[in-house]
Ligand binder design. Structure first.
Ligand code: SAM
Length: 224
């Protein structure tokens, strides 16, 4: 799977996409990340990217021309399944949307800044708008990193144990059960006996019960 990310701050994406599971996914040849510095498409001598809002008001808007030039430099070379704009007024990122996106081949992700991008870019090029939550970040890079990470980790072969992601929260509409590791007794706090029993069937049943219990208490909305 190929991600092309358009940003004015490439260095903000470097860390999240070049460590741990993301780097291993690249090393295994399962994904590739291509970060495009929008500044390279800026206008004139100053490489201008933003301008004042029509109608007045505080905050600059990212201009059409640099974004259009960057997007077209990509779409002229290959076909993309989606051109995504990360934005607070987009569709909420859920595990369902993550799973669907993981089945795609090529994605462009546009990171906004300031007041956001000119509406005409959204109308002409963007095919999917995604929000990572009901709050406002300063720029789209962290949202893009969240989107890329969540999608990449469910691509088959990315995690060492492929079944691991299937038992994470939200995959089956439930929160994940509690997990423990050694020691079995930490300052008098003991790991539940059932997990030490070696009985896989009982352990599975216990985990399912715990998942329901945790979901009932913390996210009853998921059970509706
Ligand atoms: N004026 C915009 C609004 O009120 O909807 C907010 C612009 S925000 C300061 C700058 C950029 O950060 C946005 O263009 C978007 O790319 C990104 N961003 C901020 N919050 C986000 C969120 N919750 N989800 C996804 N992207 C977000």
């Amino acid at each position: 799977m190929r991600f092309d990310i358009i940003t004015v701050l490439p260095e903000l994406l470097h860390g999240p996409l070049h460590h741990s599971i993301m780097q291993r996914a690249v090393d295994k040849g399962l994904v590739s990340f291509h970060i495009h510095n929008l500044r390279d498409y800026g206008l004139g001598r100053t490489k201008q990217l933003d301008d004042y809002q029509y109608g007045g008001g505080a905050g600059m808007v990212m201009m059409c021309e640099p974004l259009a030039a960057c997007i077209e430099s990509l779409t002229n070379v290959r076909t993309y399944d989606h051109i995504i704009y990360v934005t607070p007024d987009g569709e909420q990122l859920t595990q369902g949307l993550v799973n669907r996106l993981s089945l795609q081949g090529n994605l462009i992700i546009i990171c906004g800044h300031y007041k956001g991008i000119d509406e005409r870019i959204r109308e002409k090029y963007v095919t999917l708008e995604v929000s990572i939550g009901d709050y406002v970040l300063s720029g789209g890079e962290l949202a893009a990193a969240v989107l890329v990470d969540s999608v990449t980790r469910v691509i088959p072969g990315v995690l060492n144990d492929e079944t691991s992601a299937l038992f994470d929260s939200f995959q089956d509409g439930l929160l994940a059960p509690p997990v423990y590791t050694r020691p079995a007794d930490f300052n008098g706090m003991k790991v539940p006996d059932i997990l030490l029993s070696g009985n896989d069937k009982l352990i599975d049943e216990w985990r399912t019960e715990q998942s329901y219990e945790r979901t009932r208490k913390r996210r009853p909305d998921l059970l509706k």
